[in-house]
Design a protein around this ligand. Structure first.
Ligand SMILES: Cc1cc2nc3c(=O)[nH]c(=O)nc-3n(C[C@H](O)[C@H](O)[C@H](O)COP(=O)(O)OP(=O)(O)OC[C@H]3O[C@@H](n4cnc5c(N)ncnc54)[C@H](O)[C@@H]3O)c2cc1C
Length: 420
């Protein structure tokens, strides 16, 4: 460890990864006076941040919840269900799955809900602050986050999620069928209930949003390099060398924001976080003339239909199959007809299919904090299903923590610590 754990303006900071999290961090630290360089093998926003549903969601629901382990077998045997686990991945990531089961206890789920909402509830204002006065502001719509239910039973079965929100005092409006039709007249009339979180936001094009954040960071002095990171080594004085296919970089500070690919870099800095790639998919269609104005999450089918600027996007699936397996579009293809059930006027000609890796932890909380074996390193990854949502607030918390400027009250930073 270096003696002084504080990062100071004027120091050079190398950020690994230019997704939503790395780019938001680049802009935040550049504004605070750091000499920021970002390395990514691709362009900003071309990883998991490219193809998500665009929701900035004030969520209070960790994935691991009481009763869930008993429902998993049924989900796995449903060929149109959104969950699949490759047997080899189950074995390889057994510690992750065992920890997930432990996190399903009532006490753990409640603690995780509080820690998640502490960030997610502050996410929309953090995004607005981050993009204020920049091109990115026009890409964020104040339309809330909408969940729709096609049966009364479905509405009742998901009461626990609303209970988490109620206990967090989150804003929430329950909509009757009529109110839902008034809000979104171009959704099929099959939905009997809705739940709107009015303080959510919708990113019309998540990749373009990340690109615009990266462009603003560049305007503030940051540099983006397209290189492949090969490994990290730590010298006795705590200094980190980042070796890429092009060069050895020796900055004052390093922040790991490589999403689902962060684990091996984190190991080099003294932590072996429980992190898996939870793969998700999307399909793109043309946007019909009569269209929704916000994403609609069909709860019973765990799928979202989103009116992106480039067309309609269906996002779905939790697939545990590791980092390197080829995409398997079979389940996505089986889900596609359900998009037409949501919106009968949709033409189901698929314009594009995509798979991305969500960086998932068993407790649904990001890994945020100073690296265990050198305070010149910082972790900011593992944002699960909410990496777009949490990127601006995580960047702020990271900067507050590392520069010692004081994290806002109510953010339980201990809950996100790397060794947990
Ligand atoms: C189908 C789907 C829908 C989703 N919907 C939502 C939503 O509505 N709202 C929400 O908040 N979240 C959503 N998410 C989750 C969200 O997309 C992720 O949590 C988020 O993108 C993670 O951001 P990140 O910056 O950590 O990772 P990434 O965007 O994956 O960025 C990591 C970067 O690291 C780079 N990298 C990795 N290894 C190396 C290396 N060796 N060398 C160089 N570069 C490297 C990658 O190229 C990549 O650009 C969704 C995800 C999926 C899959």
């Amino acid at each position: 460890m270096t003696d002084d754990p504080t990062a100071y303006p004027g120091e050079s900071l190398l950020i690994l990864g230019a997704g939503a999290v790395g780019s938001a961090s680049a802009l935040t630290f550049a504004r605070r006076g750091f000499k920021v360089t970002v390395i990514d093998r691709g362009t900003p926003g071309s990883g998991a941040s490219y193809g998500n549903a665009g929701g900035v969601v004030p969520s209070a629901s960790p994935l691991a919840q009481p009763g869930l382990p008993w429902q998993v077998p049924g989900m796995l045997f449903d060929p149109t269900g959104p969950l699949s686990i490759k047997p080899t991945e189950l074995i390889k990531s057994l510690p992750w799955f065992l920890r997930f089961v432990l996190e399903c206890s009532t006490n753990r789920a409640e603690a995780n809900s509080k820690a998640l909402y502490a960030l997610a509830g502050a996410a929309a204002p953090a995004w607005k602050d981050l993009v204020q006065g920049t091109a990115g502001a026009a890409l964020l719509r104040d339309v809330g986050w909408l969940k729709v239910y096609s049966s009364e039973a479905g509405f009742q079965n998901h009461a626990s999620e609303r209970a988490f929100l109620e206990r967090r005092d989150a804003q929430m409006e329950i909509l009757s069928q009529d109110e839902l039709r008034q809000l979104e007249p171009n959704l099929a009339p099959i939905f009997v209930r809705g739940m709107l979180q009015p303080d959510g936001l919708f990113a019309l094009n998540p990749q373009r949003l990340v690109e615009s954040v990266a462009a603003e960071a560049t305007a503030q002095g940051a540099t983006f390099l397209q290189e492949t990171i090969e490994d990290l080594t730590v010298a006795e004085d705590g200094r980190i060398t980042v070796r890429t296919n092009i060069a050895d970089h020796k900055p004052d500070r390093v922040m790991i924001c490589a999403g689902a690919f962060s684990k091996r870099f984190a190991r080099a800095l003294g932590a072996a976080p429980l992190l898996v790639a939870e793969r998700g998919y999307h399909a793109m269609f043309d946007r019909p003339e009569k269209c929704t104005t916000r994403p609609a999450f069909w709860v019973e089918n765990s799928m979202v239909l989103c009116p992106m600027e480039q067309g309609m996007r269906l996002t779905t699936q939790s697939e545990f199959a590791g980092l390197t397996a080829e995409p398997n579009y079979a389940r996505l293809n089986r889900m596609i007809p359900k998009a037409k059930e949501m919106m009968p006027q949709l033409d189901l000609t698929v314009r594009d299919r995509w798979m991305g890796h969500r960086p998932s932890t068993p407790d649904s909380l990001p890994v945020l904090g100073v690296a265990p074996n050198t305070s010149r390193g910082f972790f900011n990854f593992g944002h699960n299903h909410l990496g777009l949502t949490l990127s601006a607030i995580s960047a702020r918390v990271a900067a507050d923590l590392w520069t010692g400027s004081g994290v806002s009250d109510g953010i339980p930073v201990e809950a996100y610590r790397p060794l947990r």
